[in-house]
Design a protein around this ligand. Structure first.
Ligand SMILES: [Zn+2]
Length: 83
């Protein structure tokens, strides 16, 4: 059965999934650490989020999977925004 166009567009967007990311300060509060459960390999990956003097830099990153690094977009989880 042929899929409707919108469904195919969604499938294309899934190639670069949005991933809920936990934001926490590093030791001595110098920079942000972005921590997430990878949608590709289901391991936990961390990325640097920039200086703590600025809002954490989320957005598009390359996953840290050893065998098949891919793009994903980091988005803040609502709980972390509240705290
Ligand atoms: Zn991964």
């Amino acid at each position: 059965m042929k899929k409707p166009l919108w469904e195919r567009v969604l499938t294309t967007a899934d190639a670069c999934p949005r991933v809920e990311t936990t934001v926490r300060p590093s030791i001595r509060d110098r920079f942000w650490i972005l921590e997430l459960r990878c949608p590709f390999c289901s391991k936990v990956h961390t990325h640097g989020g920039g200086s703590i003097d600025h809002p954490p830099a989320l957005g598009f990153r390359l996953s840290h999977c050893l065998s098949h690094a891919r793009d994903y977009e980091l988005v803040s989880s609502i709980e972390e925004v509240e705290t």
